[in-house]
Design a protein. Structure first.
Length: 132
C-alpha cells in the first residue's frame, strides 16, 4: 500500500512543473499590466524607465518561466528584480512586509531563486529540449 510520503515524493516533480507554470503566468500578468495596460492598474499609468525595464523582465521572464524555457536564467534575473523591487520601493515604507506591501516581492524573490536552484521540473521545454 503506498504511503503518503512515497506518493508525495512521486508527485513532487510534477507539482514543481505546475507551480512553475502558475507562478510564471502570474509574473507575466504583472509585466502585461505595466507594458500593455491589461489588466489595468492605475499605478502604472505613468511609467518610469525603471518600471519599463521591470515590465520587460516580468513579461519575458514570466513567459519563459511559465514555458519552462531557460528557466534557471530567467528565474535568476526575476529573483534579482524582485529583490531590487523590495529594497528600492517597499523597504522605504518601513521594515515590515505586511505593512510596506512588499510581501509579494519577497515571496516572488525566493520562489524564483528556488526555480533557479531546482529548474523547471519534468514538464518543461528545458527538459524536452534536453531529450530527457
Amino acid at each position: 500500500m503506498p504511503t503518503i510520503d512515497r506518493t508525495g515524493a512521486n508527485l513532487a516533480p510534477h507539482f514543481l512543473s505546475l507551480f512553475r507554470l502558475i507562478v510564471g503566468l502570474m509574473f507575466f500578468e504583472h509585466g502585461l499590466s505595466k507594458l500593455v495596460g491589461f489588466p489595468h492598474a492605475a499605478m502604472f499609468n505613468h511609467l518610469t524607465p525603471l518600471l519599463i525595464v521591470a515590465g520587460v523582465i516580468e513579461l519575458v521572464g514570466g513567459a519563459l518561466i511559465a514555458l519552462g524555457l531557460f528557466t534557471r536564467i530567467a528565474a535568476f534575473i526575476a529573483s534579482g528584480e524582485m529583490a531590487l523591487a523590495y529594497f528600492l520601493v517597499h523597504a522605504q515604507h518601513g521594515p515590515f512586509p505586511a505593512l510596506n506591501g512588499g510581501d509579494a516581492a519577497i515571496l516572488y524573490c525566493f520562489v524564483f531563486f528556488f526555480f533557479f536552484l531546482f529548474g523547471g521540473g519534468p514538464w518543461s521545454l528545458d527538459r524536452w529540449l534536453r531529450g530527457a
